[in-house]
Ligand binder design. Structure first.
Ligand code: SAH
Ligand code: SF4
Length: 350
């Protein structure tokens, strides 16, 4: 019998589990708190359950744990975790610590939603390494719980979660949504929904679905090029959902939710970084309630994609600003340990 993964269950499902083993429903609430709030790593750590109940639970269920294979710390303090999964696959997640004056710092964790990615974007290390499988909701959440357990020693906590690690979240939408709801649950981490960001390469029907759900999260869309011709060269998904359709879906998202969309644009030297491209981008973004995040492309396995120099980046930014577009340049973090955008591969490399 395959055991049920407790970290993938919400409160209702835990209630059903308790019914099945003839336990009162209040036990489910307690279990949910142990699993999703305290992040226990074994049933043995549950304080207020009898040994008998723990044994019963153990027959039916288990707690997914991530095995730390490697932790790297960047010059800028960014930490990258390589975790081993039960089936021998690996995943990576990235912790960005923000030092301030508050006693409990709100750190950001960038989580993976899949092992690898099937979308095949040419500039992305995850895309270049192919697709292995979807992560379960419990495996997605385990990244947060495990890192939070480390942070407890420093009296720190994860306050923001961004789905920008390995994988395309909208290609594993059900598990991703479940993990988001559980992060937000009061019996779990209680992370405000507006502190959660989902980044997608532009799976149009899922953007529409998300708009209809009225989830107040932050939506980021990886755009990276202002014309179909250019975008299709680096993002195969554009052949399926070209820019015109993507814009329609984004407008719908704006209208339906009243929320601003972040567009990510990786600046690649000699490819999409000319003033003309900036003008085309400003034109494309007309009528959209949005913000543009420029990311000077990070070096990945191939030499093909280089970042433009500062002057070029500033010029690009100026054209957008003049066009009335809100824009910022993403602060670079963790490039020295291959922890920056698009550099995650989930492989053990020496
Ligand atoms: N699959 C999702 C989320 C993960 S990638 C998506 O594509 O949106 C997170 C962000 O990093 C995306 O905007 C992605 O396009 C970008 N990215 C990928 N490779 C990059 C690289 N080499 N340099 C800079 N950004 C990159
Ligand atoms: Fe997948 Fe996103 Fe990388 Fe594209 S950029 S290959 S969608 S992870």
């Amino acid at each position: 019998m395959t055991k049920i993964e407790l970290r993938s269950l919400d409160l209702e499902e835990m209630e059903a589990l308790m019914r099945e083993i003839n336990e009162p429903p209040f036990r489910a609430k307690q279990l949910a708190q142990w699993i999703h709030q305290k992040g226990v790593e074994s049933l043995g750590q549950i304080g207020n359950f009898s040994q008998n109940l723990k044994n019963k639970l153990g027959e039916y269920s288990k707690i997914t744990v991530l095995k730390l294979v490697k932790k790297q710390v960047s010059r800028d303090g960014t930490e990258k975790f390589l975790f081993g999964l039960e089936d021998g696959n690996f995943l990576e997640c990235v912790l960005m610590r923000y030092r301030g004056t508050k006693s409990k710092q709100r750190n950001t964790l960038c989580v993976s939603s899949q092992v690898g990615c099937a979308m095949g974007c040419g500039f992305c290390a995850t895309g270049l390494s192919g697709f292995q499988r979807n992560l379960t909701a419990g495996e997605i959440l385990s990244q947060v719980y495990t890192v939070n357990n480390y942070l407890k020693d420093d009296n720190e906590i994860i306050g923001n979660v961004v789905y920008m690690g390995m994988g395309e979240p909208m290609a594993n939408f059900a598990n991703v949504l479940k993990s988001i709801r559980l992060l937000n649950a009061p019996y779990g981490q209680n992370i405000g929904i507006r502190r959660i960001t989902l980044s997608t390469c532009g799976i149009v029907p899922k953007i529409i679905e998300l708009a209809d759900m009225d989830l107040d999260l932050v939506l980021a869309v990886s755009l990276h090029a202002p014309t179909d011709n250019l975008r299709s060269q680096i993002m195969p998904i554009n052949n399926k959902y070209p820019l015109k359709e993507l814009k329609k879906a984004c407008l719908y998202y704006n209208q339906k939710t009243g929320r601003r969309i972040t567009f990510e644009y990786a600046l690649i030297e000699g490819f999409n970084d000319a003033k003309q491209h900036a003008k085309e981008l400003a034109h494309y973004l007309r009528r959209l309630f949005c913000h543009v995040n420029l990311i000077p492309v990070n070096p990945v396995v191939t030499e093909k994609y280089q970042r433009p120099d500062q002057k070029k980046i500033k010029e690009f930014l100026a054209v957008l600003t003049d066009g009335g577009i809100e824009v910022s340049i993403r602060e670079e973090r963790g490039t020295d340990i291959l922890a920056a955008c698009g550099q995650l591969r989930g492989k053990v490399v020496e």
